[in-house]
Design a protein around this ligand. Structure first.
Ligand code: GLN
Length: 499
């Protein structure tokens, strides 16, 4: 394998494509180098649940055949770029386990639309990534296959629920990964692992084939080490899909205005977020620094108010479990899922299979949802939570009359140690700044802005866009990245000879 091919795991998409065009290496070599790197370093990180060597080589062969005919341009915007998928995304020929015993043996008979689109755009599929069980969690500790480790400090969590996606990109195993975000599951691990992580507006990416958690909140998005790569990936996976009635006719080129800068751009700061209880000073400082950098680049910083955001957490922990309860009802041990055999009647089979197939956090969400939707209780919780949802959505609509983008913290702190947060309600606070965005349906992303002064661990800032104006946050992110530099591979894994 050529020296350049060995370096390919550290390259961005444009560099890989330039190397392919110049015939410095082939797509086959890119796939081989990526597989070798995963084999060498993933045992210490555990981002991958399955590595799809054969699918990777098949796709690489298609790209190499096109290159041989001088048709690299026709291979799509992600041609030759290795990509891996969160394990709640169906990909034909792979297991889609959602990191749950319930689906341990489930083989996908079809591709999720986001997976199909990424592959059609030329991405080389490398495998499936670890996550919190059914995407319930903020640390990847609820995976029934064991946690993923944060490449910046192997004693700490990568965040969650898309912890495998963030860690795989941060460790330089793949330049691109997909994750899903219901309340913060793309942005919070993005912040903990120091990579670019984008949750688009609800409806930008099809949810078809992604195992549902909260159908009105779930959204798929990319992880990358540069804003441009994330925007390219978003171009590839976005757009209307007749198989998801909530997907929108989005035709935006998310890379188009990345270099336009922020002169005259109005950026909102939310004083209530900056003064929030539990926000660590090293995180707040990074958000303040980002605001100053944007101001120096010509942006106007404006204070905005989100008066109902404080109720977002309560509303989410009603709406989320209710939707999860309904969605997880299909795992009944008959058509889908783990089956505890040998019971004399169906009722006891359901009970035993679901009790053993789901882990404790999944069971907690199911029980919560079942209670909240029961007669008499529904009016007390579910209905008011929907009213709060309307108010939060109106808050964002109002705020975006005065600003083009909002800047906030992603998470109140940097990556925590394994086992450090054991009580569920403290864990839920990880998403205090991200949840209201899912409730309103806006786009939000995490951009790495350096390391915290106390912990030395990565910190991300959150940029929030008006609905279906995701290009706004990407442009602001690109302006910050132009000053701060692109996201780095975690130091311990940054040497090519880690191979
Ligand atoms: N951490 C939040 C939860 O546990 C959000 C998870 C997610 O976005 N999938 O519900």
């Amino acid at each position: 394998m050529s020296v350049q091919a060995k370096e390919s795991p550290f390259m961005n998409v444009a560099q890989i494509q330039a190397g392919l065009a110049a015939k410095s290496f082939s797509a086959h070599e890119v796939a081989a180098a990526t597989l070798a790197r995963i084999a060498a370093i993933d045992p210490s990180i555990h981002a991958f649940l399955e590595v799809t060597e054969q699918l990777a080589f098949e796709q690489a062969a298609r790209i190499d055949a096109a290159i041989a005919c001088g048709r690299l341009d026709e291979c799509g915007p992600l041609a030759g770029a290795p990509m891996a998928f969160k394990d709640n995304m169906n990909q034909k020929g792979t297991h889609t386990t959602c990191s749950s015993r319930m689906l341990e043996n489930y083989l996908s008979p079809y591709d999720a639309t986001c997976v199909a689109k990424a592959i059609a755009a030329g991405a080389i599929p490398m495998g499936k990534l670890n996550m919190d069980e059914f995407a319930f969690g903020s640390s990847t500790e609820t995976s029934c296959f064991g946690p993923t480790r944060n490449p910046w400090d192997l004693g700490r969590v990568p965040g969650g629920s898309s912890g495998g996606s963030a860690a795989a990109v941060a460790a330089g195993m793949v330049p691109l990964a997909l994750g899903s975000d219901t309340g913060g599951s793309i942005r919070q691990p993005g912040s903990f692992c120091g990579v670019v992580a984008v949750k688009p507006s609800y409806g930008v990416v099809s949810r078809y084939g992604v195992v549902a958690f909260g159908s009105s909140l779930d959204q798929v998005g990319p992880f990358a080490r540069s804003v441009e790569d994330a925007a390219r990936a978003l171009n590839a996976i976005s757009g209307h899909d007749p198989l998801d009635c909530t997907s929108q006719h989005v035709t935006t080129d998310f890379t188009a205005n990345l270099s336009e800068g922020v002169k005259g751009t109005r950026i909102g700061i939310v004083p209530a977020f900056m003064g929030a209880q539990g926000l660590e000073s090293e995180v707040r400082e990074k958000v303040e620094e980002a605001a100053l950098l944007l101001e120096a680049a010509g942006a106007h910083i404006v204070e905005v108010d989100l008066p109902h955001a404080a109720a977002a957490m309560s509303a989410y922990y009603v709406l989320g479990p209710c939707e999860a309860f309904s969605n997880l009802a299909r795992f009944d041990s008959v058509r889908y899922g783990y089956c505890d055999p040998g019971h004399k009647d169906l009722g006891t089979q359901y009970e035993a299979s679901r009790a053993q197939g789901f882990g404790p956090e999944a069971r907690r969400r199911i029980m919560l949802g079942s209670y909240l939707l029961s007669a008499g209780v529904y009016d007390t919780y579910y209905y008011p939570a929907q009213q709060v949802r309307t108010l939060i959505t109106q808050d964002y609509t109002q705020a975006f009359r005065n600003v083009d983008c909002i800047l906030t913290p992603v998470a109140p702190r940097t990556a925590f140690k394994f086992g450090e947060i054991s009580d569920p309600t403290s864990m839920y606070l990880s998403d205090m700044f991200t949840i209201s965005i899912n409730i309103a349906g806006n786009g939000g992303m995490s951009l790495p802005v350096g390391s915290g002064v106390q912990t030395g661990l990565p910190v991300g800032v959150q940029l929030i866009a008006p609905q279906f104006k995701d290009e706004n946050m990407l442009r602001v992110a690109a302006a910050l990245e132009a000053v701060l530099g692109k996201a780095a591979v975690a130091p311990a894994f940054a040497e090519g000879d880690a191979l």
